[in-house]
Write a protein that binds this ligand. Structure first.
Ligand SMILES: Cc1cc2ncn([C@H]3O[C@H](COP(=O)(O)O)[C@@H](O)[C@H]3O)c2cc1C
Ligand SMILES: O=C(O)c1cccnc1
Length: 356
């Protein structure tokens, strides 16, 4: 399934992009006045293979949850149980991601791809409310400072879970997918993935996650450095990188991105966990970058290194450092606006407005 998905990922459609550029030039506004929205609309036309591309509606957030063996190294002050407890919060509608999803009219799907502790009972009473997908590959990764976090088969199973979730959401009608994550400790493997794929130093890839103190931060950088030295991951082997220093939610997010790209539906990336997974997706299939929209610039320094490597400019920059899909949801109206312009704005000709 991974191989067939990769084979389905193709470059953007040049004719649709040319049509979108030409249309942008005829709309009743000075050329270029919509800044980053204009090239975004062109890219989304290229992805859809038609101009104008469909409005990115309805939106679906997929929150992949997993735990991390590296938690044992003291890289985060939060107990591991918080991952499972937050799943309960997502399903009950009480997390920040739920508030923003309601505002954006987006569905929320929570995927247990690797949670270590028992999940709370699913309160799912509202059929339109958040939904839980049980797809646990393993009850958390192994400690990447000691051994590979995952076997290649486990990493593949998680990637294929993400591909499957993307396909199911698109089959159910989603016009855009948004990435979400939950996993106490997951900024540590995200930093390791970013260092492995971009080549930046572990100190430049590592941030303070939930807000760790100086001592914990120094330990975290040391953990990332030790993991890279131990495993020497090969960036040309994305499955190997995900297995050695990644996480189950990171691998599944890479699959979600690949699945979206294969179905030619845009995928709006959230923060540092999402962009670390996007690096893996791009290593699997460089053309997958065409489907990626960077929602925001996470405060985590690794996110900026990853976005630079991917050649993506984030739509908003609010200093967010939460994850869950919150930054992607806040950026969604910007994406919709970029496409709506192509559908609804009059041309100089049709509106009888004189050109310069
Ligand atoms: C209550 C709570 C809600 C969260 N929602 C997202 N995260 C975010 O913070 C965690 C990563 O940071 P670190 O690597 O420092 O542990 C992940 O669970 C991520 O989704 C949360 C973290 C907490 C504590
Ligand atoms: O950028 C993120 O997504 C992020 C940052 C800190 C903690 N959790 C997630």
């Amino acid at each position: 399934m991974l191989e067939s998905t990769l084979a389905a990922i193709r470059p953007l459609d040049e004719a649709a992009m040319a049509a979108a550029r030409e249309l942008q030039g005829r709309l009743t506004k000075p050329a270029g006045s919509l800044g980053a929205l204009e090239p975004l609309s062109v890219r989304l036309a290229g992805l859809a293979g038609t101009c104008p591309p469909p409005l990115p509606e309805p939106a679906a957030v997929a929150i992949f949850a997993g735990d991390h063996g590296v938690h044992a190294q003291g890289v985060t002050p939060w107990p591991q149980e918080v991952t499972a407890q937050m799943i309960g919060n997502f399903l009950a509608g009480g997390a920040v991601v739920n508030a923003f999803a309601r505002q954006a009219d987006a569905s929320v799907t929570v995927v247990d791809v690797g949670v270590a502790t028992p999940l709370p009972a699913d309160p799912a009473s509202d059929p339109a409310g958040p939904r839980l997908v049980a797809a646990n590959v393993r009850r958390g990764t192994r400690d990447l400072t000691v051994t590979a976090a995952l076997t290649r088969d486990e990493a593949r199973a998680a990637v294929e879970t993400g591909i499957r979730v993307a396909g199911d959401l698109v089959d159910a009608g989603a016009g855009i997918l948004l990435t979400g994550d939950m996993g106490i400790g997951n900024t540590t493997p995200a930093a390791a993935l970013i260092a492995a794929f971009t080549g930046v130093d572990p100190a430049a890839a590592t941030g303070r996650g939930t807000g760790v103190d100086d001592e914990t931060y120094d330990r975290k950088v040391g953990v990332v450095r030790a993991a890279l030295e131990r495993h020497a991951p090969d960036p040309a082997d994305p499955l190997g990188v995900l297995a050695s220093v990644g996480g189950l939610e990171h691998a599944a997010l890479a699959g979600l991105v690949l699945g979206a790209a294969a179905r030619r539906v845009p995928v709006l990336l959230d923060g540092v966990i999402a962009v670390s997974a996007a690096l893996a997706a791009a290593a699997f299939a460089p053309d997958a970058v065409g489907a990626m929209v960077a929602g925001h610039r996470s405060a985590e320094p690794g996110a900026t290194a990853a976005l630079r490597h991917l050649g993506l400019d984030p739509l908003i920059d609010l200093g967010l450092r939460l994850g869950e899909g919150t930054g992607a949801l806040l950026a969604l109206p910007v994406v919709t606006g970029a496409v709506r312009v192509l559908h609804e704005v009059a041309t100089f000709d049709s509106a009888g407005v004189a050109e310069k």
